[in-house]
Design a protein. Structure first.
Length: 119
């Protein structure tokens, strides 16, 4: 083997080693970036879970609502117009449930009495 062929072989071998080294560096930096993204996503998910769990859960409680409506109908009590700040056009009583269970219950009674939602 002459020196020219040896030099070409040497440079080709060095080029291959450099390419392998750069590829391994790229993969390791990608893995580090993914792990930092995973940690960031986990932190954001924990924060979101905390925000969701800090709000009260207001269930519909249909038996209690039906009992309230029945008792108010027996008393022939007229339900008052809505005075809160959460009602919007196109809402249903269920939309009020996210704010206040009493407003939800009163809305259900109002709808049962008048046959329509609030204006």
């Amino acid at each position: 083997m002459n020196s020219y062929n040896f030099t070409i072989f040497k440079y080709a071998f060095q080029s291959i080693l450099v390419a392998i080294g750069l590829t391994s560096i790229a993969f390791s930096s990608y893995a580090l970036q993914n792990s930092s993204e995973d940690e960031e996503l986990a932190r954001m998910q924990a924060q979101l879970n905390g925000e969701v769990m800090s709000r009260p859960f207001l269930a519909e409680k249909p038996k209690e609502v039906d009992a309230y409506i029945k008792s108010m109908l027996e008393k022939k009590a007229k339900p008052p117009e809505y005075v809160g700040s959460h009602w919007r056009t196109g809402y249903t009583c269920r939309d009020l449930l996210r704010y206040n269970w009493t407003q939800y219950r009163n809305c259900r009674y109002y709808r049962r009495y008048h046959g329509r939602y609030y204006y």
